[in-house]
Design a protein. Sequence first.
Length: 228
Amino acid sequence: MLRKWEDLPSDLQVPEVRPYWEALDRKRVQLAVKRVGDLVLAALLLVLLAIPMAVIAVLIRLDSEGPVFYRQERVTRYGRHFRIHKFRTMVVNAEQLGSAVTTGHDKRITKIGSRLRGHRLDELPQVLDVLSGNMSFVGTRPEAVRYVGQYRPEWRATLLMPAGITSEASIRYKDEERLLEGAANPDRIYMEEIVPEKMKWNLESLRNFGVLADVRTMLRTVAAVFGM
């Protein structure tokens, strides 16, 4: 649940974060409902998706060498680090071969990985992160540690909530990889141009947090994935 203001990490106890904490503090019941909903839906999806996920795991192993899962360290609520669960869609040691962000037609992406990313199937294992409490179905996408270290004070307000599988920003920037295609320095473009725009939506979602708003975002995500 949402911590008391005085119990937050010191880098969150700043004036820029306070208004967002106060907005969430008034909605503690809805925050509890959100967590219960996450647990029920994640458990149900884990059962329903067990066989499809097993098939995807086999296809990944047949397509290229390396582990089935990609476990990069990310940042979630209150700045806590965790290792995200995603199906591996790139070659082994991809981070040593290029940027931390992925661009369109990235040569590091495997054949099966390209198909998984196109329909966001690589993110199915994140139901495990929802069950563990590291993530929620709706919330700011979990960033790599290097990017969170560059957050402006106000952006750190997004760390008041668990990282999410989807968000309004994710929907609006679903073609992010294409925006970075051809960039000489993808990391710089990402932090200086894309992240500030995404943060506008992430912070707006915090100000207007509500369970019904989360449901609408999830429905919009499904529509976006299937091109509806």
